[in-house]
Ligand binder design. Structure first.
Ligand SMILES: [Zn+2]
Length: 177
């Protein structure tokens, strides 16, 4: 009966309903509903935070290691106005917001991606934005006692990223440099 199958299709679609978010450079999101988060990374980094208990996921797309607007203590407490562009500011902000949603930092699954260096041969370590983004991320996560469960960082290739907040899974596709 066509009427029955139409209802069934609608039900299935409803059950599979997932939001989609594309993170532009400098964006971040806290996904309270099932969400597929996508982004493309070069030297920028994405940190994902995920709680299997609440199914809440957070992800950022940070451009630079340290805050250009340097708002002092606000940067390290997650209340910097321009937080989402900088690793230094967005990690505390994501942590703070997840805590506000009732999660403790120790339950969060942390993953780190990106930080490619596009011009490896000509620059010293301290000039490579990608390397610095990765280093800063690792340092700050460690300071907050957050263990990185998996990561795919560095190299010369950009990355396409997909984060599924139904499971916390992240898929990476390396882009040809
Ligand atoms: Zn800041």
């Amino acid at each position: 009966m066509p009427a029955v199958s139409a209802v069934f299709t609608l039900l299935v679609m409803n059950m599979l309903r997932v939001d989609a978010v594309y993170l532009k450079p400098g964006d971040f999101c806290i996904a309270l509903r099932p969400t597929i988060v996508k982004t493309v990374l070069g030297s920028c980094v994405t940190i994902t935070m995920y709680s299997a208990r609440t199914k809440i996921g957070a992800a950022c797309h940070a451009l630079l290691p340290t805050c250009r607007e340097d708002q002092g203590p606000q940067c390290s407490t997650g209340t910097c106005q321009t937080a989402s562009r900088y690793v230094e500011c967005i990690i505390p902000e994501m942590a703070r917001r997840m805590q506000e949603k009732g999660m403790v930092l120790s339950e969060l699954e942390i993953k780190l991606f990106g930080g490619a260096d596009m011009m490896m041969e000509s620059l010293a370590d301290h000039q490579r934005v990608g390397s610095q983004n990765v280093l800063k991320s690792k340092m700050l996560l460690a300071r907050l006692g957050m263990t990185i469960k998996s990561s795919d960082v560095g190299g010369a290739a950009g990355r396409k990223l997909i984060f599924d907040t139904r499971s916390g899974d992240v898929w990476i596709k390396r882009l040809i440099p």
